[in-house]
Design a binder for this molecule. Structure first.
Ligand SMILES: [Zn+2]
Length: 196
């Protein structure tokens, strides 16, 4: 089996290496209740999808380095100048100008609380999180929005103080590199690869 496709960019172009589509032999689907007659075939397919982060790439790169970034509108003409947003967004929802990137790590460590939460016993296809998944909506001092993430140590409750943890060892460069634990959790309690 050849390697999965890999991508890098040079001269502003995607450079592809390896196989992006794997054709695997199909298998018959047969009817056990009718003398194993043929009903159809399975078509196994593995594909590699190229997902570009665009202006949000810095957010995911920073998670892998233990930093939580947000954005702020600094346009003096805007009706909501100074508003801070996380999830990270590129443009101001009010004036549409490009926003400034700010480091929210300390604010998160000192002020993050659970706004609300839900526990999910089941999840969709390809979900990698351990079940039950404790989804939490997080509030920060001075931030206009609420962040959706997941709690890995502790039982969620309204107003609970939580602190961010980051998968800095073997990062996935996805939002799963960010998780939360109850304030006071020790380093030994963290999942593999995560640190404060
Ligand atoms: Zn604005």
């Amino acid at each position: 089996m050849s390697m999965f496709g890999q991508v890098f960019v040079k001269n502003n172009q995607y450079k592809l290496k390896g196989d992006f589509h794997h054709l695997t032999p199909n298998m018959p689907i047969r009817n056990a209740d009718d003398d194993w007659k043929l009903l159809g075939v399975t078509n196994p397919r593995a594909m590699t999808y190229i997902h570009s982060y665009g202006g949000e790439a810095i957010f995911f790169e920073s998670l892998s380095k233990g930093k939580l970034l947000a954005t702020r509108c600094d346009n003096a003409e805007c009706g909501t100048t100074g508003s801070v947003y996380i999830p990270f967004r590129i443009c101001c929802p009010d004036c549409l100008s490009k926003m400034s990137v700010i480091d929210l790590t300390d604010v998160a460590k000192k002020s993050a609380t659970v706004h609300t939460f839900m526990e999910c016993a089941r999840s969709g296809a390809f979900n990698l999180l351990d079940k039950p998944i404790k989804f939490i909506n997080i509030e920060f001092d001075g931030v206009s929005t609420i962040l959706m993430s997941y709690l890995v140590v502790g039982t969620p409750r309204f107003g609970m103080r939580v602190v961010p943890i980051f998968k800095t060892t073997g990062p996935t460069y996805t939002i799963l590199d960010l998780a939360w634990v109850e304030e006071g959790t020790t380093a030994e309690q963290l999942p593999e690869g995560f640190g404060f």
